[in-house]
Design a protein around this ligand. Structure first.
Ligand SMILES: Cc1cc2nc3c(=O)[nH]c(=O)nc-3n(C[C@H](O)[C@H](O)[C@H](O)COP(=O)(O)OP(=O)(O)OC[C@H]3O[C@@H](n4cnc5c(N)ncnc54)[C@H](O)[C@@H]3O)c2cc1C
Length: 405
């Protein structure tokens, strides 16, 4: 049998987290493998600007994430494809008159963030990967098994039978991480009993480069601005609903779905004229108790999944990637291998607190807006109106959400 191929770092999963980690590690004198279960052929991005040409999965990227993607050399391709900078955010409560407005001018920024299609981010990162001689891409190849050898190296078997060895195995394989499961990482998790419906919709009026979010007792609804075309105005929606309501809404025909969306969005953008196919994603909050073991590290959704209401998931994930890459590169320069526990623990220490804080805040918001009791609804509305007038508090909230320190 052939000797297993050895790499310094093997990354499982070439989503946004895995692909960005490979690029961030490249050029440091390490050998890297990027293993992806799906075919990663050079599929071109759709150039049309019709409803079904948009990826139904989009991310609201913070300025901090944009900076990181710029550093990786991927941002120019993302911007050249298409994105929508949003200058403003309107958040309102369905139960009363509470509303908060956030504007880029209040923090002296050129924008609050950018709405980008997920596949455009991955595409730009993979273009960087393909130009790197120190990254070996294996796709389609799924991780089948992994184990720690007595030498403390990691041994992996891929679908197709290929065996690899690695000093460090990185799980960037998403919320249902097989690495996390196979290596016995413990997670704290809770099911919200909600799913999020995502789709692209055409609306009557311009979105005014604003991210709109309405808190309903059934869950938040977000209308995120997308680039328009010749008088057509598009938004990407993320509509969280209780489990027992989702199938009902998914079963509506296009006309009834648009009418229902128009009703729950209070027609803030006028009529909802058309919708793409709808998809639903289960919403669970999950946080690994430890992100690392000797020779293994979890990043992004493999380490934590967060309610999408504030669009922070991959923004936190990209910061995990940035810090892990920084620690590995610094370790390599001083002769410390990437799988050493002390090095990995530094990564965990630097990331866990921030992730936990954001996850708790999002969970708190979600629960607060679900409350139906009259005194709480009153307090919530008064609170929102009050915060809207407190510029320093708003500025602080915005800076935090934008990833600015
Ligand atoms: C409805 C919704 C809206 C969201 N909106 C936002 C937002 O606005 N802003 C934001 O920051 N975040 C948002 N998020 C969160 C964000 O989408 C995730 O944090 C992000 O996609 C996670 O990226 P990832 O690379 O960690 O995992 P994934 O994107 O899940 O990628 C994992 C990759 O690993 C591969 N893989 C899995 N198992 C194996 C295996 N055994 N072998 C090989 N490969 C494997 C998969 O094929 C996949 O390509 C949203 C999430 C949801 C559900």
């Amino acid at each position: 049998m052939a000797e297993p191929r050895h790499f310094d770092v093997v990354i499982i999963g070439a989503g946004i987290a895995g692909a960005s980690l490979a690029v961030a590690l490249s050029g440091n004198g390490l050998s890297i493998a990027l293993v992806e279960a799906q075919e990663l052929g050079a599929r071109a991005l759709p150039q049309g600007c019709g409803l079904s040409d948009f990826d139904p999965r989009v991310s609201a990227l913070t300025p901090r994430s944009r900076e990181f993607l710029q550093k990786l050399g991927a941002w120019d391709a993302i911007a050249a494809y298409r994105l929508c900078a949003y200058q403003h955010m309107t958040v309102w409560d369905a139960e009363g008159t509470g509303q908060i407005e956030f504007d880029r001018a209040e923090v002296g920024a050129t924008e609050l963030g950018h709405i980008v299609e997920n596949r455009a981010i991955v595409h730009a990162l993979l273009a960087q990967v393909s130009g790197a001689s120190d990254i070996k891409v294996m796709s389609p190849a799924a991780l089948q098994s992994c184990a720690r050898l007595p030498s403390s190296q990691m041994s992996l078997e891929l679908s197709g039978g290929e065996c690899l060895q690695a000093d460090l195995l990185v799980a960037a394989d998403g919320a249902l991480s097989r690495v996390r499961e196979m290596m016995g990482f413990t997670c704290r998790e809770w099911d919200y009993g909600h799913r999020a419906i995502v789709a692209t919709v055409e609306v009557e009026h311009s979105h005014q480069e604003t991210a709109w979010q309405r808190f309903l007792p059934s869950g938040p609804l977000a209308l995120l601005p997308l680039p328009g075309a010749e008088g057509h105005h598009y938004c990407s929606i993320v509509w969280s609903l209780q489990e027992d309501k989702v199938d009902e809404v998914l079963a509506l025909d296009d006309e009834a779905f648009c009418a229902e969306l128009e009703r729950v969005s209070e027609a803030r953008l006028g009529a909802v004229l058309a919708s793409s196919r709808r998809f639903a994603h289960p919403l669970r909050q999950r946080h690994a108790v430890d992100y690392v073991q000797p020779g293994v590290a979890l990043v992004a959704d493999a380490a934590h999944t967060i309610h999408p209401l504030a669009g922070q998931g991959i923004n936190l994930g990209l910061q995990d990637v940035a810090v892990l890459a920084e620690e590995i590169a610094a370790g390599h320069r001083s002769g410390v291998g990437p799988g050493q526990l002390a090095l990995l623990r530094r990564y965990q220490r630097r990331r866990k607190g921030e992730n936990l804080m954001m996850m708790s805040a999002m969970d708190g918001f979600k629960r607060l807006f679900e409350q139906q009791s009259l005194p709480l609804r009153w307090l919530r509305n008064v609170g929102m109106r009050r915060i809207d007038t407190l510029v320093p508090v708003k500025r602080q909230l915005m800076r935090h959400a934008m990833g600015l320190r």
